[in-house]
Write a protein that binds this ligand. Structure first.
Ligand SMILES: NC(=O)c1ccc[n+]([C@@H]2O[C@H](COP(=O)([O-])OP(=O)(O)OC[C@H]3O[C@@H](n4cnc5c(N)ncnc54)[C@H](OP(=O)(O)O)[C@@H]3O)[C@@H](O)[C@H]2O)c1
Length: 255
């Protein structure tokens, strides 16, 4: 089975490629680094020739603002058109838990627009909604902007997950029949964003203190308490934050 992983050089995409190859599948990593651009369409037809399944794990370089919306809307359209030309039988896409609840965030609106295009495409599909990866806690810190050793963050609940668990789930979905629905995946612990980021910073021996601010924007959106909480039916993965941190590159790093 030939499976093309768009964004197959990224954090979750490269792990999907590794899992698929370890299981004996022909997995092709496609991204700008390998000559494939989902925004311009360059290289797509060549990469998708003979593909049975496409996993879309690409991501916008712009984490917020209208460019992030435009990336997802355009990438989905180009990719689905190329899949239709190539006769791809299963489109697998990773999105974010709560993408349909954050209409004020261009990033989330872009993810939701891409999901609408997938559902309307006629191509059999499975969408996986994941919660934030533990690795993404650093991006939350960077996006929040530290000022005077203080970081203002929303106390909204999140339930982060190990990207390795998400990659394994995506690989499993890719080699199984399309579900034509959205599945959800999360980690084991529901915790306030402000608390888990403070634990992360303390684990790195950072002097930065998190200040709770209910109005602090999260990638352009002011969050409700449960905006990013997965549904009851979400698959819960076992790796918790402390276990992930101990094994991560951050365990040896200093702030
Ligand atoms: N990070 C999280 O916490 C999280 C949580 C839930 C869901 N997700 C979703 O998971 C997906 C992957 O996230 P990630 O954190 O693994 O992303 P990432 O590490 O930023 O990787 C992004 C990938 O997209 C590729 N890419 C970017 N622009 C491209 C373009 N124009 N054409 C083709 N490929 C392009 C990049 O490769 P090149 O630079 O070589 O093009 C790279 O392989 C995203 O859709 C994200 O919304 C992420």
């Amino acid at each position: 089975m030939k499976i093309v992983v768009i964004g197959g050089t990224g954090l979750v995409g490269r792990q999907v490629v590794d899992v698929l190859r370890a299981d004996g599948h022909e997995a092709v990593a496609a991204s700008r680094a390998t000559g494939v651009n989902v925004v311009t369409g360059v290289g797509l037809d060549g990469a998708l020739a003979g593909a049975d399944v496409v996993v879309d794990a690409s991501n916008s370089e712009a984490p917020y603002g209208e460019p992030s919306y435009e990336f997802f809307a355009l990438a989905a359209r180009n990719l689905l058109d190329a899949e239709a030309r190539a006769g791809v039988g299963h489109h697998v896409s990773i999105s974010v838990v709560g993408s349909d609840r954050q209409r004020h965030s261009p990033y989330f609106r872009g993810k939701a627009a891409a999901e609408d295009l997938i559902r309307a495409s006629g191509i059999p599909y499975t969408i996986l909604h994941a919660t934030q990866f533990y690795e993404f806690l650093l991006a939350i810190v960077e996006a929040g902007g530290v000022s005077d050793q203080a970081l203002r963050l929303s106390p909204a609940y999140i339930q982060p997950v190990a990207s390795t668990d998400v990659a394994e789930a995506l690989a499993r979905i890719a080699v199984n029949p399309p579900r034509n629905m959205t599945l959800e995946i999360a980690g084991p612990e529901l915790e306030r964003m402000s608390d888990i980021v403070q634990r992360f910073l303390s684990g790195l021996e950072s002097p930065v203190e998190v200040v709770i601010d209910e109005r602090a924007p999260y990638f352009g959106a002011v969050l409700e308490e449960r905006s990013l909480v997965p549904c009851e039916a979400a698959h819960r993965c076992p790796v918790g934050f402390e276990a992930w941190l101990r094994e991560s590159e951050y365990a040896k790093a200093n702030w």
